[in-house]
Design a protein around this ligand. Structure first.
Ligand SMILES: [Mn+2]
Length: 334
């Protein structure tokens, strides 16, 4: 951890949020429901608190998550930042390490004033409020919002509640994963009590798959592999397959769910090859007490204990898979 950056108290973050200043809100590349929901919830909160705000990310919001974004902000890419926002305060949400800023890193590393995140083992790049026990960044934001509401500084806002619920539901796989704590469920309960349509949000998040995603999953099933007597399951998606199907990278985020949902699989991973170059993106999940973030950290990646990722540079897909398998000691799998 960089000693130049401070861990901020809850009160310090609340004070920063109510300090009216134009604000850019950063979220990570390949954005998920927590990143988009948290960023656009924070945008609305800051606006209500007198701070004009704008969301920025290295990748566009995927179409399936557009319902969590503002209609008036049609792009999150840096060239869409209004001139009035140049030099604004910068708050990052759900970003664990500078590398997750992708091509925004050069522009924003060292420029972030506050990071709010829930990943353990990241690399703080600003004064921060990091709570690894939280299931989602949206869960952390909810605690700030509730405190500000109780203090009479914020009104109850349905759109904010919807975005936060989506953030939490997204990062917990609809409240199925082990990160969904009693507090997570209490947050969800309070959000549902506020009158949002949780069933509709979960339908949009989990039951509205783009056809291209389903086609990609169908093709990937023939690329399933197993090791350690079926305790390890994996799926590969080479660049050539992406080209022949004509699918986009955003349609490959769910591939990891294929091996993860097979009986007996304790550790699941997917390996994607976004471009013809020898760069392979690995997503990893544990259905047991196995620290996949420690494993991914060996390759410069990270994440959570049971959900992590990394990038491997090697010559072929087979080599990438072998690299991961060699790094797992089957005797360590519970
Ligand atoms: Mn998250």
């Amino acid at each position: 951890m960089n000693e130049n950056y401070r861990s901020l108290s809850f009160e310090e973050v609340c004070a920063a949020l109510v300090d009216p200043k134009p604000t850019l809100i950063l979220f990570h590349r390949n954005p998920d429901g927590d990143a988009v929901g948290s960023a656009f919830a924070l945008k609305r909160i800051l606006t209500a608190l007198g701070s004009p705000a704008w969301c920025v990310a290295p990748d566009e919001v995927p179409r399936r998550l557009r319902f969590l974004a503002d209609a008036e902000q049609s792009s999150v890419l840096p060239d869409a930042i209004p001139n009035a926002m140049i030099g604004a305060r910068v708050i990052s949400v759900d970003v664990a390490s500078p590398s997750q800023l992708g091509n925004l890193r050069e522009q924003f590393e060292g420029e972030v004033d506050l990071m709010i995140d829930h990943h353990a083992g990241g690399t703080p790049f600003a004064d921060h409020f990091i709570l690894p026990s939280a299931a989602a960044t949206g869960e952390i934001l909810y605690s700030f919002i509730r405190s500000l509401r109780d203090a009479g500084k914020l009104q109850n806002d349905r759109t904010v509640n919807e975005r936060l619920y989506a953030a939490v539901s997204s990062d917990t796989g609809c409240f199925r994963f082990s990160n969904a704590t009693p507090l997570t469920h209490r947050v969800a309960a309070e959000l549902i009590e506020s009158g949002i349509d949780s069933a509709e949000i979960n339908h949009l998040l989990f039951e509205s798959d783009p056809l291209d995603q389903v086609r990609a999953e169908g093709a990937a099933i023939s690329n399933l592999g197993f090791a350690a007597n079926g305790k390890i399951g994996y799926v590969t998606f080479p660049h050539s397959l992406k080209v022949s199907l004509g699918v986009a990278e955003e349609h490959l985020d769910t591939l990891i769910d294929i091996p993860r949902s097979i009986e007996g699989v304790r550790i699941a991973f997917s390996v994607r090859q976004p471009s013809p170059e020898g760069v392979f993106r690995v997503s990893m999940r544990a259905a047991c007490d196995y620290d996949v973030s420690a494993l991914c950290a060996k390759f410069g990646g990270g994440g959570h204990k049971r959900a992590a990722g990394c990038t491997i540079e090697t010559e072929s897909m087979d080599e990438a898979v072998k690299t991961i398998l060699d790094a797992i000691d089957p005797r360590q799998i519970p």
